[in-house]
Structures are given as structure tokens and as C-alpha cells.
Ligand binder design. Structure first.
Ligand code: OVM
Length: 390
């Protein structure tokens, strides 16, 4: 057994995770992280294997460090993320029955119109911070509109997301700070998952209808909507911010996208591979099992480094090259298997539409200052990204 003493949740590691990812992959297919007494893998094969064997690598004990069978989680478990078959299957089917390709498609024109407006505004300004003004502004408009949230109170979405994603980590300063700052967001979120506070024509209302038909109680229906508000904002915000960083730092790739804005969907996919917003998730073993040549006992946490797997040279040619022309499909940035991101078509639509608009309108995209990371126990992204556009 190879043991590492690294802390994947330390500030310096979260600010620059690539060196740890390399050490993890090179140490072996599966290693033991002493500090947290968990197993871990940064290899594409083992990460995909664990994700695709949910009976053995389960989610109902939580997909963060906290083992729900030993400790009470900070909020009632998600019926999707933190559940196993058969309960998970039922919840998942209800959500997929709403998020059909046909329904996702109906949002394309609205998203495109918002993208046009936002990019025109930013071009007129010339210099701006691409995190608040671009990466946060777009999802914070189109996503709550789609779900059917009122205009008031949307400022609670990011602090809530911060609780959720820091809450998957250990009780370090990021965890406790996020919980403190999000205290008021929690109440607002709980209120706005209820049918009476959701617009009748939005996705939230449709979830309530589909879930009622499937026999979920009103509280359970609200929990399904909570998954949208938990997983749907921070993730896309980080993806869009990382996208701008990727293009500002790789002018040849920006030129390639400008030449063919219709490549924006593939480009977004490469961003999710190269700079994965969701860096890690845990699973918990349900039995003694072999993974990567190691015997893992039952009831152990396994930390899966999605982001490290997405740059595993055993799986990818030139993994550290940002290349929008590559076939990035098959990355695990959206997970894999039964728990794979249920909103990924929505995320891709946001990325595709906004990057295409940017590529059509902007010739020069350059850094106007140093990017500043936003530390999170789960997400990789930026707090600030000063840019100049022409
Ligand atoms: C949920 C949830 C929360 C965070 C992330 C996620 C990436 C799901 O509450 O279901 O998936």
C-alpha cells in the first residue's frame, strides 16, 4: 500500500492542484491518504471503474469526506447525489423525465439572446472582471429564470453553492467560513424549493409535477428542486470563468475558436476536461474490493480525482495541452455512469451559446491582471480574472 501524507484540501494545493494530481497518478493506481484515512485515485482507469460500479462504490454514505453512517450531514441528504439504487433510480428518472433534450432545446434562443446582451455590454466596457461580470452574471440570469425563481434573493445562490461544495471537504477554514456565510442563504433556498414559490412555467414547477406523479411527498419534491439550486450555478460559473482563463492564456486556441465559433461546444468540453470545475468526489465501499491492485476494506471512503483523471497521460495524448480540436468526450468532468451530471446538457448549452457569442464578437481577449483563484474544497475556479476585450 502506497501512503501519501499530502492534504488535497490545503490552500496551496487547491490554488494549484496539478502538482498533487501528478504525484497521485505517479504514486500508483490507488493510494492511501494518511491524514484523512481515505483511499484515493487520480488515474483515469480506476476513477472511471469506481464511478461505474455504484453498488460497490456507493453514494448514500455521502460523496464528501463525511461518512453519513457515522456522522450527521450538515443538511438532509440529496435524493440524487447522495443516494443509491433503488431510491436513486426513482429520483433520477423523475428528473430526466423533465430535463429531456426537447425541453433543453427550448432554452437555446433565450440563452442566445442573453449571451448577445451580455457580450455587447462587456465589449462596450472593454475592461472588466470576467468572474463576476461574465462567468457569474450569465448563469445567475439564465438558470434561475429557467428554474422559475423570483428576481429577488438570487444573491443567495452562490453562497449556498459555496456551502454545498466546501461541505464535501474536511472541516477546515473553507468549510466553516462557507457555513457561516451561507447561514441566511439556507433558509432562502429551502423556501424557494417549494412549489408555491416557483413560477408555474419553470423547470422547478415541472419537477414538482413529475415528482408528484411518481409518488414523492411534497418535502421530497422540494429536495429534488434543491439539487438544481445546489449543483446548477457554481459549477457553470466556474466552467465559464475557467473557459475565459483558458482562452486568455492560449491565444492560438482563441484564434481557432474565432475562426470557427461553431466549435464552441467542443471547446467547452475541452475546458471541462482541462480545467474541471468539479475536481473531486468521494465514494464509500460497500464490501471488500480490489481496486488498482489494492484490497480496500468495506466501509472506506475513496477520493476520486476527476480532474487528475482528465489529465492522465495513460488515457490522454498531451493531457496538459489545451486543444479545442481534440476529442475531449470521455472525460469524467461530469462524472460517469448512473450518477453522471443530470444537468450536463444544460451546462453545455450555456457554455456553447456564450462562448460562440464571445468568439463571434471579440477579436482580442487578453489578461488585464493576474487571475486570482477561488479556493474551494471541491471546485476549481477563480475569484477574479481581469480581462481586456476588443
Ligand atoms: C445535489 C447536488 C449538490 C451538489 C452537486 C451535485 C454535482 C448535486 O444536491 O443533488 O452534483
Amino acid at each position: 500500500m502506497i501512503t501519501l501524507n499530502d492534504d488535497p484540501f490545503a490552500d496551496d494545493v487547491l490554488a494549484d492542484p496539478l502538482p498533487l494530481h501528478r504525484r497521485l497518478r505517479d504514486a500508483g493506481p490507488v493510494v492511501y491518504l494518511d491524514r484523512y484515512r481515505v483511499w484515493a485515485s487520480g488515474r483515469a482507469e480506476e476513477v472511471a471503474h469506481a464511478l461505474n460500479e455504484p453498488e460497490t462504490f456507493c453514494s448514500s454514505a455521502g460523496v464528501g469526506l463525511t461518512d453519513f453512517r457515522k456522522e450527521t450531514p450538515w443538511r438532509p441528504p440529496s435524493l440524487l447525489l447522495e443516494a443509491d439504487a433503488p431510491e436513486h433510480t426513482r429520483a433520477r428518472h423523475t428528473v430526466t423525465s423533465v430535463l429531456t433534450p426537447k425541453v433543453v432545446k427550448t432554452y437555446r434562443d433565450t440563452f442566445a439572446a442573453e449571451a448577445e446582451k451580455l457580450v455587447a455590454e462587456l465589449l462596450a466596457r472593454g475592461e472588466f472582471d470576467a468572474v463576476p461580470d461574465f462567468a457569474e452574471a450569465f448563469p445567475l440570469k439564465v438558470f434561475p429564470d429557467a428554474v422559475g425563481l423570483p428576481a429577488e434573493g438570487r444573491e443567495h445562490l452562490l453562497p449556498y453553492g459555496s456551502m454545498v461544495f466546501n461541505g464535501f471537504g474536511p472541516r477546515n477554514h473553507l468549510f466553516t467560513d462557507a457555513m457561516e456565510r451561507g447561514a441566511r442563504a439556507r433558509e432562502w433556498i429551502a423556501e424557494h424549493c417549494r412549489a408555491e414559490n416557483l413560477a408555474p412555467d419553470g423547470l422547478g414547477a415541472r419537477i414538482h409535477e413529475a415528482a408528484a406523479e411518481a409518488g414523492f411527498t411534497p418535502d421530497e419534491r422540494a429536495l429534488l428542486v434543491r439539487s438544481f439550486l445546489s449543483a446548477g450555478v457554481d459549477t457553470t460559473v466556474h466552467a465559464l470563468g475557467n473557459a475565459v482563463q483558458c482562452f486568455a492564456e492560449h491565444p492560438d486556441q482563441w484564434a481557432a475558436l474565432r475562426e470557427k465559433p461553431e466549435r464552441s461546444r467542443a471547446a467547452f468540453e475541452e475546458v471541462v476536461r482541462f480545467s474541471s470545475p468539479v475536481q473531486t468526489f468521494f465514494r464509500t465501499t460497500t464490501r471488500d474490493v480490489e481496486l488498482g491492485g489494492e484490497r480496500l476494506p468495506a466501509g472506506e471512503k475513496v477520493l476520486l480525482f476527476l480532474a487528475a483523471a482528465n489529465r492522465d497521460p495513460r488515457r490522454w495524448a498531451d493531457p496538459d495541452t489545451f486543444d479545442i480540436g481534440r476529442r475531449a468526450a470521455g472525460h469524467v468532468g461530469f462524472g460517469s455512469g448512473v450518477h453522471a451530471c443530470v444537468g450536463q446538457m444544460f451546462a453545455r448549452l450555456e457554455g456553447e451559446v456564450l462562448l460562440a457569442e464571445l468568439a463571434r464578437r471579440v477579436t482580442t481577449l487578453e489578461l488585464a491582471g493576474p487571475p486570482r483563484p477561488q479556493l474551494s474544497n471541491t471546485l476549481r475556479g477563480l475569484a477574479s480574472l481581469p480581462v481586456r476585450v476588443r
